[in-house]
Design a protein around this ligand. Structure first.
Ligand code: GAP
Length: 517
């Protein structure tokens, strides 16, 4: 675990050192849980967004995109339930003055019991070797059974307080924290306040302050911009159910426990798609979208073992199925994407609050209905972090040196090709620029002439550039260059006229999308 935390710290400092992510307003000592993307970060982020957009909108005939405004009519948030129920249960430790999410403290306690069980099983596996019967051990080991009983009892109590009639039972939550003797990680004490609900939406004023100003919210999700445009898009696009509307945009949440770098931010970006289906077919579509989204993730090539679904035990009152796509990060499997079957809740609520009829006339069976919705919702920043964590690699080389290389999927890399003149004279810089001038229309190229070639390779490895080309005196004679591959560090002599065909296909998003049938 310590090693994994170490990797995470290294990824965070790598992001800063190589222009991927900077703390916001850094010269003013930063702003909590807000980050800026630097020159390389913005390229990687744009490539992730393109990968998502092209998969959703280009490869699906029945999905179209929109870009709705961040500011929306405030009643939208009343209709969606965010004004009344977009809350986190919070608890303060009086000694450290730190604030925590009470539900997270309890979930971490459940995870501790689960960890203990897994450790017991792993130890026994080692002890008994090939003759180990894991199922029998889990069913009979007194230690495992004891931890399992504690875990199940806590889980059961947690479910009860979360699903209490009239909303979360806040007193019950505090009692669990006391009974489980959960301590504040900072002060080590159990001096807790009561649990309180805290709304996560940011408010601001629109219009003249004195008269007629109204309170509006910074959207906490992009999805509502899609729901309120359902009729516009369906009518003007003459869309037939089933169809989807996709959107990428900023969302804002006043997160209290804003930790783990860009994993939980106050300003972040979402890629959401609402898929409108005929009532009764939603669970089929839910399964279909689970498959499609997992295939999209796995096409990046990080290995299927790093992904899993986490089906929700507790469903929001309007949902009839929900799952998270979890990705293995240095701090455990974590949610990067949510897939929800949201019934007709949102469209019906907007119909009720706006007084407008929001339905679909199905020409096939001459009926009108409010479509049901399958939502896929993924955080761009979390996706970015997952990709950085899995691409970051420190490699021991044959000569004993270590190189840091970002093994980014080539199609997502900020720079695809770096071109180096061996020296700054004899017309080599001009020749290098000539190569860039002919290739820059096809993919992102970078010119570098400072330092020795070895150092230049290292700098490009560190930002994940899949190809480097060196121009030398021989180039002037025969138009060949040395092409060097990031992952293998293999070098070969190739003709300048072949560079485009060697590189373009491997760095294009099309190559990734083609993995997705
Ligand atoms: N419309 C549904 C919705 O917003 P969500 O599970 O609250 O669902 C969807 O958010 C995704 O947005 C998450 O899976 C996560 O990737 C991302 N996300 C949510 N809150 C975030 C935050 N504070 N910082 C970064 N990403 C966040």
């Amino acid at each position: 675990m310590a090693q994994q935390e170490d990797i995470f710290k290294k990824v965070v400092s790598h992001c800063k050192e190589y222009g991927f992510v900077f703390p916001s307003s850094e010269i003013y000592d930063g702003l909590g849980a807000v980050y800026d993307y630097g020159q390389n970060g913005v390229e990687l982020k744009n490539n992730i967004k393109q990968y998502w957009w092209q998969y959703m909108v280009l490869l699906h005939e029945n999905i179209v995109g929109i870009d709705s405004a961040i500011f929306m009519h405030p009643t939208i948030w009343k209709a969606s339930g965010h004004v009344d129920a977009f809350n986190d249960p919070l608890i303060d430790n009086r000694d450290s003055k730190k604030r925590y999410r009470a539900d997270v403290l309890i979930e971490e306690q459940i995870a501790k019991y689960e960890d203990k069980i897994e450790k017991e099983v792993a130890k026994a596996k080692k002890r008994f070797g090939d003759s180990f019967d894991e199922a029998q051990y889990r069913a009979t080991s007194p230690r495992v059974l004891e931890e399992q009983a504690k875990r199940d009892a806590l889980h059961q109590r947690y479910q009860e307080v979360m699903n209490a009639e009239g909303g979360i039972d806040l007193e019950g939550m505090k009692q669990i924290i006391l009974d489980e003797e959960i301590v504040c990680p900072l002060s080590g004490t159990r001096n807790w306040t009561d649990v309180r609900q805290f709304n996560l939406m940011f408010k601001t004023e629109m219009g003249a302050a004195a008269e007629g100003a109204s309170t509006i919210y910074l959207r906490p999700e992009t999805a509502q911009g899609i729901f309120v445009n359902y009729l516009n898009v369906q009518k003007t696009g003459r869309m037939k159910v089933p169809f989807g509307i996709a959107q990428i945009g900023k969302a804002f949440r006043n997160e209290i426990v804003a930790r783990q770098f860009i994993f939980r931010m106050r300003e972040f970006e979402q890629m959401e798609m609402q898929f409108f289906v005929k009532p009764g077919t939603e669970l089929q579509w839910f399964d279909e979208w689970k498959k499609r989204r997992m295939a999209w993730h796995q096409a990046l090539g990080f290995g299927a073992e790093n992904y899993r679904f986490h089906d929700h035990d507790k469903l929001a009152h309007y949902a009839n199925a929900a799952t998270d796509v979890e990705f293995k990060l240095p701090f455990g499997f974590k949610e990067v994407e949510g897939i929800h079957s949201r019934t007709d809740f949102d469209l019906s609520q907007h119909a009720k609050f706006s007084g407008k009829k929001i339905e679909y006339f199905d020409p096939e069976d001459n009926t009108s209905y409010t479509p049901y919705v399958i939502e896929t919702s993924i955080g761009v920043d979390r996706m970015f972090l997952s990709i950085m964590c899995h691409s970051y690699c420190e490699e021991k080389l044959e000569d004993g040196q270590t190189r840091t290389v970002l093994r980014l999927p080539a199609a997502l890399a900020p720079v695809k090709l770096a071109v180096f003149p061996l020296t700054k004279k004899d017309g080599l810089p001009e020749k290098a620029r000539e190569i860039i001038d002919s290739l820059k229309f096809h993919f992102n190229c970078k010119y570098e002439e400072k330092d020795q070639i070895g150092k230049r390779y290292r700098r490009q490895d560190a930002i994940g550039t899949p190809f480097c080309v060196t121009v030398d005196n021989q180039t002037l004679e025969d138009n060949t260059v040395t092409l060097r591959y990031r992952d293998t560090m293999k070098q070969e002599r190739v003709n300048i006229s072949d560079l485009r065909s060697i590189i373009e296909d491997q760095v294009s998003l099309t190559s990734l999308l083609k993995n997705l049938k």
